[in-house]
Design a protein around this ligand. Structure first.
Ligand SMILES: *Cc1c(COP(=O)(O)O)cnc(C)c1O
Length: 400
């Protein structure tokens, strides 16, 4: 007998749970795109987007997903024949690098594997070796959603400065923005990419490229920039259509407006703390499950290097896959699949899975997730240590 009927819960690392208020804001008749409310909405919307990233710099908007944000950023930072240095801590860094190659930009990859964060020394070394100054940008993923590794972005900045290299620091915050602490200006980030469907709690379809004056100046040196991806007209829009180089994503903008109101009301610092406590509750539970005969393990050993938005896990194959199936079909909870942790032929690949806990999630949702996983472990006779839900409860209780 399935117990899945009722409100389902998509606990994958994006798209994330959308607040009712955001859904209701989107549910409306099409607004005028030439004058009135929608047009007037833009300046404060941009100001609030800047606040989420702790920056006073520019933010360009695109109708796109995260991949679109990647391409937009690359198109404004480098041209064919240029090089970008990619510090890879998971599949998403490799995705951004592959996209650079398709644009004729050489991607020099420093591989850090799937369980360790970046080592800034290796970034400095690679930049020092670039005496011809062909590297235009260093690409770093703040949180790699496949491995759930969180990188120290300030350390990446210091590594570039230590090498006295002019390359821009470009950061992928698609998974982390609105979940993990991020301070664009204080940390010295030149370019940052984000998308609407993760920590920002809006359906997929809006992408954001933040950039500072240094990045704007470097763009002027490019021979040509695609008119669609060019960030300049989008941040200097004199007419409304220029914000999106065409028709605006009208209804998504209403959703974003409401999401930003919610973020403002809670406060970005409080949001970072909420995600931290919820993540720590999950870690406490997983440690219990993995004790004794239990096989469940977190991918990232050092808590300092763990994301607060997503947790990558391993449970021997095929238990990981069976657990995902059970919680989805029997209990209405969908967990994330493992991504980039094994090759397709690897028989252990089915052991990897992920909890998404980004955006509009609270304590009772996380307790529901943990309790449901516990039920799945029991139902499938998967060996696990006891006390997981109580351990999570104690973390939440001591934070309140
Ligand atoms: C989700 C994600 C992407 C890709 O975003 P899409 O919207 O799926 O194109 C890129 N980078 C990171 C870190 C992500 O979490």
């Amino acid at each position: 007998m399935s117990l899945a009927n009722g409100r389902s819960y998509l606990a994958i690392p994006g798209p994330s749970v959308i607040p009712e208020a955001v859904l209701q804001a989107i549910h409306r008749s099409s607004p005028n795109i030439y004058e009135g409310e929608l047009v007037d909405m833009m300046p404060p919307l941009l100001a609030d987007l800047r606040a989420v990233a702790h920056t006073d710099q520019n933010v360009a908007l695109y109708i796109a997903n995260g991949h679109g944000a990647w391409e937009a950023a690359l198109a404004n930072m480098a041209g064919p024949g240029d090089t970008v240095l990619v510090a890879a801590t998971g599949q998403f860094a490799h995705g951004w690098a592959a996209m650079a190659e398709t644009l004729g930009i050489k991607a020099e990859i420093i591989e850090f594997g799937t369980q360790s964060p970046i080592d800034p020394m290796r970034i400095s070394d690679a930049l020092r070796a670039d005496t011809a100054r062909q590297i235009k940008a260093v690409l770093v993923t703040h949180v790699d959603t496949s491995t759930s590794i969180k990188n120290d972005i300030k350390a990446a900045r210091d590594a570039i400065d230590a090498a006295d290299h002019p390359a821009l620091l470009a950061v992928d915050c698609i998974a982390s923005l609105g979940c993990d602490r991020f301070e664009m200006d204080v940390w010295g980030v030149d370019v940052m990419v984000a998308a609407s469907q993760k920590g920002l709690m809006v359906p997929p379809g809006l992408a954001f490229v933040y950039f500072n004056e240094k990045a704007a100046e470097q763009q002027h040196a490019l021979k040509r920039v695609s008119s669609y991806w060019n960030w300049q007209p989008r941040v200097n829009a004199e007419v409304f259509y220029q914000y999106f180089c065409g028709t605006a994503p009208t209804l998504n903008l209403y959703g974003l407006r409401t999401a930003l109101d919610m973020i403002k009301a809670e406060g970005i610092d409080a949001i970072w703390t909420r995600h931290k406590v919820l993540a720590q509750s999950i870690w406490a539970a997983v440690e219990c499950w993995g004790s004794g005969a239990g096989q469940m393990r977190m991918n990232v050993q050092n808590p300092q290097h763990r994301s607060h938005a997503v947790t990558s896990l391993h449970l021997g194959a095929p238990d990981g896959k069976n657990l995902r199936r059970w919680v989805e079909h029997e209990a209405g909870l969908t967990l994330g699949i493992g991504l980039g942790m094994s090759t397709p032929e690897d028989p252990n690949g089915d052991g990897f899975f992920r909890f998404g806990h980004m955006g509009h999630v609270n304590a009772q949702m996380i307790m529901g997730l943990l309790g449901t996983v516990e039920a799945g472990l029991c139902a499938l006779d998967i060996p696990h240590g006891s006390g997981a839900v109580e351990a999570a409860a104690r973390v939440m209780a001591s934070a309140s």
